[in-house]
Design a protein around this ligand. Structure first.
Ligand SMILES: Nc1ncnc2c1ncn2[C@@H]1O[C@H](COP(=O)(O)OP(=O)(O)OP(=O)(O)O)[C@@H](O)[C@H]1O
Ligand SMILES: [Mg+2]
Length: 462
């Protein structure tokens, strides 16, 4: 199965996002944490410089004098514990906490060296500051616990995660929306093509299509145009041929019928019957082909639609078919209730004629055929029911196709009757269902039209 364009776009957009996001998170974290950490180091430096100001060198003698009050004033930190140590150049402790004297460090005057140390089992940030003290420098060492730094680290981490998560999710959401939005015209195009019947060769309507897809739509429309022209020419040829053939074939049918009724040699009888059979079959075929040509969707038949009452169509059929039914030994009945729809009466008559003809022909002598019309809340219904052999489930879809005849088909048909019914139903946006009658064998053909409220229906053609 080919990869979908949507999936490909999303992969190309989201995979780099998944790579970029962690990198952005690290950069963001460092940008938040490092300046704050430098600021804390800077405060430690200020503390060291303040302590150093109490170092005095008096005629070669080094003294450190800081009162406990001053020391108290200098210790302003509320969070961390701070320690200090003042060392003479020879390493002698002048003041402060001797536990900061962890290692010997060479330091230049004015240098501030920051190191992370473990003192007394606790992790600390230590600063060693070189102070001028005669020929060699003294050292002021300051150390503080890491509570502020840990808190800062934690806050920077949370802030980064929240920011990156929000950014990542919203970017992914926007990408998803953008891809869907960009592909929507393509989906609309697919919908248009999927819903099309084989006869619908109108150009595609794609107003919002992107410039990349436009050439494809143009090419498809050109193809539709060429197919349409070819199909029109073919239909026009069939219509012309059917029209030209109909008159001589009908004449041939009548003549052969007359010849059969006239006295004729016995030896000619079988030939005359075959001639009559072929002439009737050909005349019927020409008529059916003409009907199909007349139901062409390009003829814009819907423009001529008017309110029609199915009850009137049924009454017309009763008049038209009752005599044939009696001759064929069929019990043809009508249950007609008012059911209005918007349509073309002549086509609806043709539709009903085909259904009655089928029921009489395929159900055969002695069958009971009922034509029903009635209205439902939203639909106007036409039904033709017979108690013949019916149509097998697997054949029910196929019988609507042109030139398909069932396994048990009778008569001299060509398999066009139900295709014509299907075309006429489609023109009227009606639904056809073929089923078995509820309590019997046989066939129930139901055509469900959209109901129209307007009661001023046109009388069908007689
Ligand atoms: N009332 C019915 N009972 C049983 N089978 C039917 C009935 N109506 C149609 N069929 C089956 O469906 C097939 C197709 O019907 P359709 O009307 O299209 O063609 P046809 O009747 O064979 O020929 P044509 O209508 O061209 O004279 C028939 O050949 C037949 O097998
Ligand atoms: Mg038929």
């Amino acid at each position: 199965m080919p990869l979908s364009l949507k999936r490909q776009l999303l992969i190309w957009l989201l995979v780099p996002l998944l790579v970029i996001m962690p990198i952005a998170a690290v950069v963001q974290y460092r940008l938040t944490f490092i300046p704050a950490k430098l600021e804390l180091d800077h405060q430690l430096g200020d503390f060291a410089i303040a302590i150093a100001s109490f170092l005095k060198v008096d005629s070669g003698k080094i003294r450190f004098e800081m009162s406990p009050e001053t020391e108290h004033l200098l210790r302003t930190d509320q969070t961390d514990t701070e320690f200090f140590l003042v060392l003479a150049p020879n390493g002698k402790v002048l003041a402060g906490d001797a536990k900061l004297n962890t290692s010997e460090e060479d330091i230049a005057v004015g240098e501030l060296r920051y190191i992370d140390k473990r003192i007394d089992g606790r992790k600390m940030r230590m600063l060693i500051y070189g102070v001028t003290c005669g020929p060699n420098p003294c050292q002021v060492r300051i150390a503080e616990t890491l509570l502020k730094r840990d808190k800062l680290h934690y806050q920077a981490l949370i802030a980064t995660l929240v920011l990156i998560l929000l950014l990542g999710l919203s970017t992914a959401g926007v990408m998803l929306f953008a891809v869907r939005h960009a592909l929507r015209p393509l989906q609309a195009l697919r919908g248009q093509l999927a819903d099309r019947s084989l006869d619908d060769l109108r150009p595609l309507d794609a107003p919002n299509i992107t410039s990349e897809v436009q050439p494809l739509v143009t090419t498809l429309n050109q193809l539709f145009g060429r197919l349409n022209a070819a199909s029109e020419a073919q239909k026009a040829f069939i219509a012309d041929a059917a029209h030209q053939l109909r008159t001589p074939l009908t004449a041939l049918q009548t003549e052969s019928e007359l010849a059969l009724m006239e006295p004729h040699p016995e030896s000619m009888h079988a030939t005359l019957e075959r001639l009559h059979y072929s002439a009737s079959r050909s005349a019927k075929l020409a008529n059916q082909l003409l009907t199909i040509a007349r139901t062409d969707p390009s003829l814009q038949i819907a423009a001529d639609f008017a309110p029609v009452n199915l009850k009137d169509i049924g009454a017309w059929a009763a008049n038209e078919w009752s005599h044939h039914a009696v001759v064929a030994g069929i019990d043809l009945g009508f249950e007609l209730a008012s059911a209005i729809l918007s349509g073309q009466a002549a086509l609806l008559q043709e539709l009903l004629s085909n259904l009655i003809h089928n029921a009489m022909e395929h159900a055969g002598k002695g069958a009971k055929v009922t034509v029903r019309t009635y209205g439902l809340a939203d639909n106007s219904i036409l039904e033709v029911e017979d108690d013949g052999p019916g149509i097998d489930e697997e054949e029910r879809q196929k019988v609507l196709q042109r030139f398909f005849r069932g396994r048990h088909a009778k008569g001299n048909g060509s398999g066009l009757g139900l295709a014509i019914v299907n075309e006429i139903a489609r023109i009227h946006s009606a639904k056809i269902s073929l089923s078995s009658p509820e309590h019997d064998d046989g066939l129930l053909v139901r055509i469900s039209f959209k109901r129209q409220e307007n009661g001023n229906s046109f009388k069908p053609h007689s």
